[in-house]
Design a protein around this ligand. Structure first.
Ligand code: SER
Length: 877
């Protein structure tokens, strides 16, 4: 039997031998495509080539791509785990032609690999083609030995589209009939009714797409300049066929994970319906491992939200298996054991993934508890009001605010004999989806992709900004808010570094103020506004002068080089695990997110600052070189996880100290950074810390200000002496604490005296019981209680008193009753103090001889005292 690694390898080798360049999988988090949440097809990384806005130095490619499909066009999360072949994460084997070969080769090779190399039985294979695709059907008949009766035409099923918009075209698919062991025999009599019917006995193996259109936002199809081939074969499916199992979950990429789930839960896996929890968990832990490796962190929006939902779904199915403790993270090493050979990045990031998953599992445990409390509250409310339906708003709030799984709401409602307003809930969900769809489009002023299309695939803007800050250029196009040139010194926002700003001048004709710059394929789109002249003066072909704002550029370069030094120093001090998780390089400051699980101590921060400043003083040259990716990494350059690199990369080296793959702009030598200071260290997400820092003039200013602040503080302190500032402040605080204690003692003493001297002389006599309600005292609750105790002691017999104080705009009450009255049973301090507190917007109670209470409305003190008196009179009458 072929193993997973063999099958993957044979596919790649087959196409390599046919002139295909082997390319690595793109990260599951797509770079620079705002229309896409996750990489959902092998062709994503080639979208620009298909649309004619980008180029590669090869015209045939083959790979095994990591794919995540959680919702939308191609998948439905709720299905995953219930059947044997839908997944949130899977691998897709693919081969591509970029304007090179066409349908003939695509079809012939697919057939050859399936039937000759892998020996699949021809009589079980079926091919489908698009309604009017005579050509493809003809090729199946002339170039392969497929049974001609096994070729069918379909409509929608044979037209593949990437999404609402984007590359698309007719396709030809290969399906297999898995045979009697799987499906109802009746369907096999008419295979056409089996293919594409959803019958589990017939499954699609391979999709050959002939990309030749771009779907426009208005729904129309625009033909592309060239035709391409884009094929995709679900890896787990072909594996299940080749390994002779009827379920993807029985293959060697899943079985070890299912077994581990069984071991943890003590519940054996069953391939039928009962195995759903095992399958859900096995599927989801793969998705989590790959997405977190490529930089996703569970959160409340975007990709992070998807990861959170997936984790919660897995955790909930864990509960169905009786596992209440965090356990998903324990499965990560099993995923790594199975797939870490093909995707080494997951092995390198295993520790990080485990920590993130575990932290999220722990917090979800709390979420579940809170959600349960909320839902029980609703059920009580609904029942008390005589209703029998949980309102849509509550189910929505549970899901949206509490992260409580909606089907759990349904289940609990059912158990309590209630229904749920499902229609209303769906409407709220739809509204929410609309909202997040609108938010997921990035806020670019202009549409950079539009320029790429308008100017064609040959057009490009050469970036000269590594060497020049100012240059002449030819204008390629302009509109109200954007300008495109054939070459430019402007750095377009990327790799965390903000874009340059500056000016583009067209002779006497116009001045365009550049506020940002974005990349669009090979073009740089300058965004901003005209401050003189306008589009009429900015005609294509005009010669212009483009100049970046120097000060801003220099400040940005300082922060960028300092970021590399910081990254190196961090890893030297905290270990190689402290890798970059995000970064912002602006002219004002730098912000650096990295993986680490605890606060970075004061001493370590100081150590990092020392190391970076030492490199600054050593004034080491900053050298950039272009190398092959493999060489760069072999020579120790740091590459970032989840980044997609070309085969030739730019390496920025601060001589003898740090080497990183980077496209940013840097200072010429580390001395130009001037100074480096860390201003903040905080947590951004579980396992991710953030450091903010300043360089150059900003760092110097910051340090000077601090130093003067210290001087003025010192001047404020009495005897400066030899002690350090913090020792002196500590001493002051200690003194202050001592004084406060003394004051408290004095107040207590004073209160005691008041009780003896004043309080006991003022009372009202109610049938032989003395009722004391002295004016409120200036003390805290503790002293008030002591006053009440003292009163009980001094008043002797037949006395009841209410003592009050105002603290922090709140009322405190203590009621005391002498023992003889307590014995008589008419007056109970707990009851009486409650009457008083309620009159002042509060409550409280306690023992019959002494009880305390609080009130929120100090202005109602008099009313409270009256209420108290009334209560005493009533009890005694
Ligand atoms: N783009 C097609 C798919 O995803 C073929 O690769 O199915």
């Amino acid at each position: 039997m072929r193993s997973a690694d063999q099958v993957r390898g044979e596919f790649i080798e087959f196409f390599r031998q046919r002139g295909h360049t082997v390319v690595p999988s793109a990260p599951v988090v797509p770079a620079g495509d705002p229309t896409l949440l996750f990489t959902n097809a092998g062709m994503n990384q080639f979208k620009d080539v298909f649309l004619g806005t980008g180029r590669r130095d090869y015209s045939r490619a083959v790979d095994s791509q990591k794919i995540i499909r959680v919702s939308g066009k191609h998948n439905d999360l709720e299905e995953v785990g219930r059947d044997t072949y839908h997944h949130t994460f899977f691998e897709m084997l693919g081969n591509w032609s970029f304007g090179d070969y066409g349908k003939r080769e695509a079809i012939t090779w697919a057939w050859e690999l399936l039937t000759r190399v892998w020996g699949l039985p021809k009589e079980r294979l079926y091919a489908t083609v698009y309604l009017d695709d005579e050509e493809a059907e003809g090729l199946w008949k002339s170039e392969t030995d497929i049974d001609p009766a096994h070729i069918f035409r379909f409509d929608r099923e044979n037209f593949w589209e990437m999404g609402e918009t984007g590359p698309c075209g007719p396709s030809s698919e290969i399906h297999i009939d898995l045979g009697e062991t799987v499906g109802p025999l009746s369907l096999a009599k008419d295979p056409k009714r089996g293919v594409n019917s959803g019958d589990p006995r017939f499954i699609e193996l391979w999709n050959l797409v002939f990309i030749r259109f771009e779907r426009q936002p208005d729904g129309s199809l625009a033909p592309l300049a060239k035709s391409h081939v884009d094929t995709g074969m679900g890896f787990e499916r072909i594996l299940s066929v080749l390994q002779g199992s009827n379920s993807n979950y029985e293959t060697d990429v899943f079985r070890p994970i299912l077994d581990h789930v069984a071991e943890i839960s003590g519940r054996a896996y069953s391939p039928d319906g009962d195995g759903t929890p095992h399958r859900v968990i096995a599927d989801h832990v793969r998705m989590l491992t790959f997405s977190i490796t490529d930089g996703v962190t569970p959160s409340n929006e975007g990709r992070g939200y998807v990861a959170r939902r997936i984790l919660r779904r897995a955790a909930r199915f864990g509960r169905e298996l009786g596992v209440k403790e965090p356990f998903i993270h324990r499965l990560v090493p099993t995923v790594v054991r199975v797939l870490g050979g093909a995707y080494p990045e997951i092995a390198e990031r295993q520790g990080h993934v485990m920590q993130v998953v575990r932290a999220e599992e722990e917090s979800f445990g709390l979420t579940l508890d809170r959600g349960l409390e909320y839902i029980y509250g609703i059920i009580e409310r609904v029942k008390a009001a005589g209703g029998n339906v949980i309102p849509a708003e509550d189910k929505f709030k549970l899901a949206d605010t509490y992260g409580f799984p909606p089907d759990m709401t349904d289940q609990i409602a059912r158990e309590r004999g209630l229904g749920v307003d499902e229609a209303g809930y769906r409407e709220l969900m739809e509204r929410q989806r609309e909202k997040s769809r609108a938010e997921s489009r990035f806020g670019w002023q202009s549409d950079p992709a539009r320029w790429a299309k308008q100017l064609g695939s040959e057009a490009s803007s050469r970036f000269l900004g590594y060497d020049l800050k100012k240059t002449e250029a030819v204008l390629l196009g302009a509109d109200e808010t954007s300008v495109v040139l054939d070459q430019t010194p402007f750095y377009a926002e990327s790799g965390g570094q903000v874009a340059d700003q500056g000016e583009i001048r067209g002779g006497a004709g116009f001045v365009f103020r550049v506020e940002a710059a974005h990349k669009a394929g090979a073009l740089v789109v300058h965004e901003g506004r005209f401050t003189e002249g306008g589009t009429e003066a900015a005609t294509p072909g005009a010669t212009v002068e483009a100049a970046v704002d120097l000060e801003r550029r220099t400040a940005t370069a300082r922060n960028h080089t300092a970021t590399h030094l910081l990254h190196r120093a961090l890893r030297d001090c905290l270990g190689e695990g402290a890798v970059q998780a995000g970064s912002l390089v602006s002219p004002d400051y730098l912000r650096f997110d990295f993986n680490h699980y605890s606060r970075v101590s004061e001493e370590t921060i100081l150590e990092i600052e020392r190391r970076v400043n030492a490199v600054v003083r050593e004034d080491r040259p900053v050298i950039t070189r272009i190398k092959s990716y493999d060489q760069a990494v072999a020579e120790g350059a740091t590459a970032l996880f989840g980044e997609k690199y070309e085969s030739r990369v730019r390496v920025v080296e601060v001589e003898g100290y740090s080497q990183e793959l980077c496209g940013g702009t840097h200072v010429r030598a580390s001395g130009e950074i001037g100074a480096f200071v860390i201003t903040a260290e905080s947590s951004v997400a579980s396992g991710v810390r953030r450091i903010e820092a300043l360089t150059g003039e900003k760092a110097a200013e910051y340090l000077l200000e601090r130093s003067h602040l210290v001087d003025s503080l010192r001047a404020l302190l009495p005897a400066a002496g030899q002690d350090s500032l913090d020792a002196q402040v500590e001493e002051l605080l200690r003194e202050r604490k001592g004084l406060q204690k003394e004051i408290d003692e004095l107040k207590k003493e004073k209160v005691r005296q008041q009780v003896e001297q004043d309080v006991l002389s003022q009372f009202e006599d109610i049938g032989g019981v003395r009722l004391f309600t002295p004016p409120s005292l200036d003390c805290d609750g503790e002293a008030l209680k002591q006053a009440a105790d003292k009163f009980r002691e001094s008043a002797g017999a037949r006395a009841v008193g209410l003592f009050s104080a105002v603290q922090d705009r709140k009322l405190l009450f203590v009621c005391a009753v002498t023992d003889d009255l307590v014995q008589e049973g008419k007056l109970k301090a707990g009851e009486l103090v409650g009457q008083a507190a309620r009159a002042a917007g509060g409550g409280g109670g306690g023992k019959p001889h002494l009880a305390t209470a609080g009130g929120k409305q100090p202005e109602k003190l008099d009313e409270a005292v009256e209420a108290f008196k009334r209560a005493v009179r009533e009890k005694l009458s």
